[in-house]
Design a protein around this ligand. Sequence first.
Ligand SMILES: Cc1cc2nc3c(=O)[nH]c(=O)nc-3n(C[C@H](O)[C@H](O)[C@H](O)COP(=O)(O)OP(=O)(O)OC[C@H]3O[C@@H](n4cnc5c(N)ncnc54)[C@H](O)[C@@H]3O)c2cc1C
Length: 374
Amino acid sequence: MNSSSTMIKKAAEFASAMIEPNAAQWEYARCFPRDVFIAAADASLAGLIVPATDGGSDLGPRGMADIMRKLAAADFAFAFSLVVHNNLAGTIARYGSVEQKQRWLPGMLSAKKIGAFLLTETSGGSDAAAIRCHARPQGSGWVLNGEKAWISNASDADVLSVYATIAPEQGFRGIACFLIPADRPGVHRLEPFNLMGGHALGTGGFSFTDVSLQPEDLLIAPGEAFKAAMAGIDLARVNVASMCCGMLERGIEEAVGFAGSRQAFGGPISDQQGIRWMLSDAATDLAAAHALTEKAIDALEAGQRATIAAAHAKKFATTAALKRLADCMQVMGASGYRADVPLGRHLGAAKMAAYLDGTTEIQNVVISRSLFST
Ligand SMILES: Cc1cc2nc3c(=O)[nH]c(=O)nc-3n(C[C@H](O)[C@H](O)[C@H](O)COP(=O)(O)OP(=O)(O)OC[C@H]3O[C@@H](n4cnc5c(N)ncnc54)[C@H](O)[C@@H]3O)c2cc1C
């Protein structure tokens, strides 16, 4: 089994060799880089939190977050695509039956099968318990109808974890999670979205017309499914926070390098106090974002609830990345705006990060509940 530090080192090498040189092109071409996704699986990056007994790398939350920070420093969208895939593989290992594990995990660990998490709908994502996708009981199974939107990996996903209500009157307790192949009759893949950036994530949607679901398609039963989705979201939020740290770290590195060599008014612009202070503020925010992320990871590693800590980390790290990456670009003048410098791509991704796995406002909803106990 790979040790965590060896895997982090390998992930950094993978990012320089396979992500960094290609990421700008993925953006232009608006494509999901399936070949590089498979190469990531070959580098053992597709089963990070799957137990070794199920063929995975058995890393804890810290190992996964550290790896994702390295990958996101090269391209956030590609890294997030892997987060979604890894989380689903981990969910199958945790909740799946022996048959479900045998059917799906080998393909997911080799990335022959790419996974997607289908919770959000066109009617809205923040109020996740209000989903309308409906699995109507029929015989021993169900019939699925509805639509899902804003789904990462949608353009190429082969295996779908679909959250649908089987009893709308029971609110979140009526929501179940089904695991189905994307080519099942009645499943329609929708056109991927044209976005401001992050096209390597293949974000799109699915519609379902009278899709037949059998008992063996049920991954998590009603009553447990929504809670499991929310518990998984804590880990995803910590990963997003760590990935924002990776992008900001990269932004500061680029801007410091540029400021040290760019000459203006008789010396390097790094001699200007205004430039130094802008980058010092960015470094302070990075240190704070990193500390909040580590605190949330500590809780996850200890098996404790990390909901509040993850909300603080995600809110702070995404907001800091958005503001300070723009500052790093400003330090670099027009050169920061070039597409061959990753900062513009990172800035777009920082905006995307402010929506993923709950918006900044929803992190405040979570935090405020802890303040007022409601
Ligand atoms: C690139 C990308 C990839 C994604 N990938 C996935 C995926 O793989 N799977 C998945 O299921 N979803 C995914 N999402 C969806 C994401 O989780 C949702 O966008 C997010 O939950 C917000 O939902 P919404 O966009 O419908 O905004 P809405 O819920 O419509 O909210 C609109 C605005 O109202 C604010 N708001 C809502 N409620 C409150 C409140 N109580 N208090 C204050 N403000 C509030 C929101 O913060 C937001 O600013 C993805 C989104 C993006 C952009």
